[in-house]
Design a protein around this ligand. Structure first.
Ligand SMILES: [Zn+2]
Length: 442
């Protein structure tokens, strides 16, 4: 682990959110400060504001002893949040021609089976986290494999990098290859041991992770519910209503339940600190139930396009009050870049005749993601006391974006151009608890 720098002063253009700007771009929801500054001490934000105001608020001694980072001309935002991503699937990103259920069988399960070898989990965890940081993402809700050591390997690598991360052993005891199956009992035993080892350690929290309803028996879903309730502040992640064939299958497997969400509700798997990937084919009753129970959704637009799953109805879900975050869903998604996820989110919404505003999109990528993961007491914006994870973006890194930027008519127009034309080349630096952990040398 890197030691925390005592104090640092960071100068650049700041953007962060205090609330959801909503459908009408409520300007009270964000702070955009052209010449801004962050003062960071012990890895936490102490001051955020205009450069001259922050300087004036600091005692001379703090100002002079602080390490200085000059990012003028660049945009500083809270680190991106990727609310649904599978680290073992890096090796099958961009694989051809399958939809969800065939995708799992042909690409995902064989890739995950290779994680029986712990060294594969260790190497992949290190590579995955280094690449996340290079994409400006500092927090993620991560699926490993069914193997308990895939969680150990991941959390060890996350702890070594001081990252705030969620992860938990995948539970699946049916409808998957024999070598990837656990049981209801081993799911309980392994998960309890992992929770004891990792939950609340450093910046890590455990997330109970049934893959999705079809790959768990009723006995195992019951265990998942008991696990979720077995310690304070545990999280839960899974998949919901991604693909039509999957939906029909869930109907056959759980004939007594009213709909897909009702399966999870029946086993105590919804509510605060739970998040489900996708949620594409939901009816109005399910949308309302998500909102009323505080169950969040991870909007995975590039994965939904890539696997031909359908269009997430951001407009209806956000109007209903569902907490929504953005997610890459790698390997269904084909990029770890939150900027590219934002562009895909815009396109998916636009295909349904609702334009996602840049303010809303940047909110989703930062504070919205932190809220959907119930981690906003730690991260998501630059209010004093929050952990100082941030990304520095440089629009001039891509020539056509730089060209377009010069013709932008407003801040909103610039932010929109950046999310539509930008990608990881725009990440100039990433800081975790103040420390600079990635510097783009390109
Ligand atoms: Zn997924």
């Amino acid at each position: 682990m890197n030691p925390l720098p005592a104090a640092m002063l960071v100068r650049g253009t700041l953007l962060h959110f205090l609330a959801d700007p909503g459908a009408n771009d409520d300007a009270a929801a964000w702070q955009y400060i052209e010449d801004g500054a962050l003062f960071i001490q012990d890895g936490r934000i102490r001051h955020c504001g205009p450069w001259h105001d922050v300087l004036a608020a600091l005692p001379t001694l703090s100002r002079e002893s602080a390490r200085y980072f000059d990012y003028r001309g660049k945009l500083i935002l809270p680190g991106f949040v990727d609310a649904h991503v599978h680290y073992p699937q890096l090796r099958v990103m961009g694989s051809f021609g399958r939809q969800l259920l065939d995708w799992l069988e042909h690409y995902t399960f064989p890739a995950e089976a290779s994680f029986a070898d712990r060294s594969v989990a260790e190497k992949t965890s290190a590579f995955f986290l280094d690449r996340l940081i290079a994409h400006g993402t500092t927090t993620a809700s991560v699926f490993p494999t069914v193997h308990a050591h895939s969680v150990d390997a991941f959390f060890e690598a996350a702890q070594a990098r001081n990252l705030r991360m969620l992860c938990g052993k995948v539970l699946m005891d049916r409808h998957c290859p024999e070598n990837l199956r656990d049981t209801a009992q081993s799911a309980w035993d392994d998960s309890r041991a992992l929770i004891a080892r990792w939950h609340g350690k450093a910046r890590l929290r455990y997330s109970v992770t049934p893959r999705f309803a079809p790959t768990s028996t009723e006995a195992q879903l019951k265990v998942a519910g008991e696990l979720f309730a077995s310690a304070p502040d545990l999280h839960l992640q899974s998949h919901l209503s991604e693909n039509q064939r999957e939906l029909a299958w869930v109907g056959e497997l759980f004939p007594g339940r009213a709909n897909y969400l009702d399966v999870y509700a029946h086993f105590g798997l919804i509510g605060p600190r739970s998040i489900y990937g996708h949620g594409i084919h939901l009816d109005a009753g399910e949308r309302t139930r998500l909102a009323e129970t505080g169950t969040a959704l991870a909007f995975c637009p590039s994965s939904n396009l890539f696997l031909g799953s359908g269009f997430f109805n951001f407009h209806a879900l956000s109007q209903t009050g569902v907490s929504i975050s953005l997610a890459s869903d790698v390997g269904g998604g084909n990029s770890l870049s939150t900027l590219r996820t934002m562009a895909a989110a815009y396109q998916v919404s636009q295909a349904q005749h609702h334009a996602l505003s840049p303010w809303r999109a940047w909110y989703l990528a930062t504070l919205g993601g932190a809220r959907a993961l119930a981690l906003d007491q730690f991260i998501g914006n630059f209010t004093p006391g929050k952990e100082a994870d941030f990304v520095v973006l440089d629009a001039t890194a891509i020539p056509e974006l730089a060209f377009r930027w010069d013709f932008a008519e407003s801040v909103a127009d610039r932010l929109f151009a950046l999310m539509m034309l930008g990608d990881e080349r725009c990440v100039a630096a990433t800081h975790v608890l103040g420390n600079c952990v990635y510097l783009n040398k390109a």
